[in-house]
Design a protein around this ligand. Structure first.
Ligand code: SDX
Length: 426
């Protein structure tokens, strides 16, 4: 592709085009300010690529999502969350031996430093689990100083393994604290997801049998959430890591960004919205009309996406899984039928169609989490559990690319120079 030419103030500037493996073109404006004195302005980075990346590819118009080139539909059908985590971290699907070693490494690192329990005890029982998860992940920095140097590959590998291995238990401890139940420990004889289920829902008073349908379904949800290129929380992990902050505190920043209701917090908001509509007699049109009313400060949570302007492939897979899982678990959840009717009503309404607002990954996921017995305020923690391999992979890639410290410019619109006025004269 030819260079891009910009003419300003009687001068012409040429900028090279960077073209990706999927033929996406980006104007490389590395010399824009030094040459023209101009910067670009793009709140929310709607039109701005912050980096090149070889981890995940999205095509919002075609509803395409691929991790390291593999379509999400194939990974959802054939892979496992631990195998997807390996793929995202290393760029290739593991051999049987590599997968076995990876699983053993995670199991061997799954115990959380015992003193971290005291941190949870400082929280009220009513604390949001994301508040506890973020605090605990940041606290891991203090227990892992031996692997916190981002410039030492062996330390990066060890930190990646420890964080991937320990996040499930940190998530389950938040659940146990809220329930005032004893904290459990991982079971290294079980697979990654089964160990999480047992440490979360198991009790010392009785053996815990993992329901295979629940395990498979949770594994699927974690795969679907594992990465999504430069979303808000992943971009946060990258920019925090660009200051050479350690992996644990960089991921803590990602957890904070994910918590927002416009991002990962939406899955909890969707369930609460569906319950609100259900308890209000199921009057869908009333809430669809509210979502269209700019003065109502109400959005149809789980609808819309910055990138997907056709459909979110993950939402399609999750919607399909809803029927299967609820039937297998013999659960009849009126909120599923309500969600389907809400989708149908909205997608007949020009407001949503003209703005290309379709169900996203969060619209149906809460229905399944609920069916698996996961409380609503733990939904975003489950999103974080799934997204962790993506965050870790992007943090590693940012370091490998020797990305300079993130420091955007701005266009100043405040007061121009003026002299100080003594208080007696104001
Ligand atoms: C995730 O980026 C990722 O990849 C994120 C994610 C991931 O895997 O990491 O996919 C996960 O965060 C999914 C999104 C979850 N959030 C929600 O479901 C919250 C509800 N949706 C939105 O708030 C919104 O759609 C966003 C935040 C998802 C996208 O916002 P954009 O791209 O900045 O779009 P916008 O806010 O500028 O909206 C464009 C128009 C506006 O109307 P007009 O000003 O043109 O009249 O669409 C309207 C908005 O008011 N709009 C909605 C709406 N979403 C957008 N109106 C009603 N209900 C909605 N849900």
């Amino acid at each position: 592709m030819a260079n891009i030419t910009l003419t300003h103030d009687g001068k012409t500037f040429e900028f090279p085009l960077t073209v990706g493996s999927e033929k996406e073109g980006g104007i490389d404006i590395g010399k824009l300010r030094s040459g023209s004195g101009l910067v670009t302005l793009d709140p929310g980075f709607v039109n701005t690529a912050s980096t090149t990346s070889s981890i995940t590819f999205l095509d919002g118009e075609k509803g395409i999502l691929r991790y390291r080139g593999y379509p999400i539909e194939q990974l959802a059908e054939h892979s496992s969350f631990v195998e997807v985590a390996y793929l995202l971290l290393h760029g290739e699907l593991p051999s049987a031996a590599q997968l076995a070693t990876f699983q053993q490494t995670l199991a061997a690192n799954s115990l959380v430093p015992e003193d971290l329990k005291h941190l949870y005890r400082a929280f009220p029982r009513t604390a949001h689990p994301m508040a506890m998860l973020g605090a605990a992940v940041n606290a891991l920095s203090a227990f892992n100083e031996d692997v916190s140097d981002p410039n030492v590959p062996a330390q990066v590998e060890a930190a990646s393994h420890r964080l991937l291995a320990q996040l499930p238990l940190l998530a389950s401890w938040g659940y146990k604290h809220a329930k005032n139940q004893p904290f459990a420990y991982p079971d290294a004889s079980l697979d990654y997801v089964s160990s999480f289920l047992k440490s979360t829902f198991g009790l010392p008073t009785a053996p815990y049998a993992v329901d295979d349908e629940v395990r498979r379904t949770l594994d699927l949800l974690l795969i679907l959430h594992a990465d999504h290129e430069q979303n808000c929380s992943t971009s946060t992990v990258r920019i925090v890591g660009s200051s050479k902050a350690n992996l644990f505190t960089s991921v803590n920043a990602g957890i904070s960004a994910l918590w927002g209701p416009l991002h990962g917090g939406a899955n909890q908001e969707v369930l609460e919205m569906l319950e609100l509509i259900h308890n209000d007699g199921g009057n869908l049109q009333k809430y669809v009309d509210l979502a269209k009313d700019k003065n109502a400060n109400f959005r149809l949570m789980g609808f819309g996406h910055r990138v997907y302007k056709n459909f979110d492939p993950r939402a399609k897979i999750i919607k399909g899984a809803c029927d299967r899982v609820l039937a297998k678990l013999k659960i009849d959840d009126p909120l599923l039928d309500l969600a389907k009717r809400l989708e149908e009503t909205a997608l007949k309404d020009d407001y949503f169609v003209s703005r290309k607002l379709y169900p996203n990954v969060d619209f149906y996921s809460g229905i399944i989490y609920r069916a698996l017995g996961i409380p609503t305020n733990m939904f975003t923690v489950m999103f974080a559990l799934g997204r962790l391999p993506g965050w870790v992979s992007h943090w590693r890639e940012m370091n490998a690319l020797k990305t300079p410290i993130g420091r955007p410019r701005q266009i100043y619109t405040g007061a121009t120079e003026r002299d100080y006025v003594p208080v007696a004269k104001r």
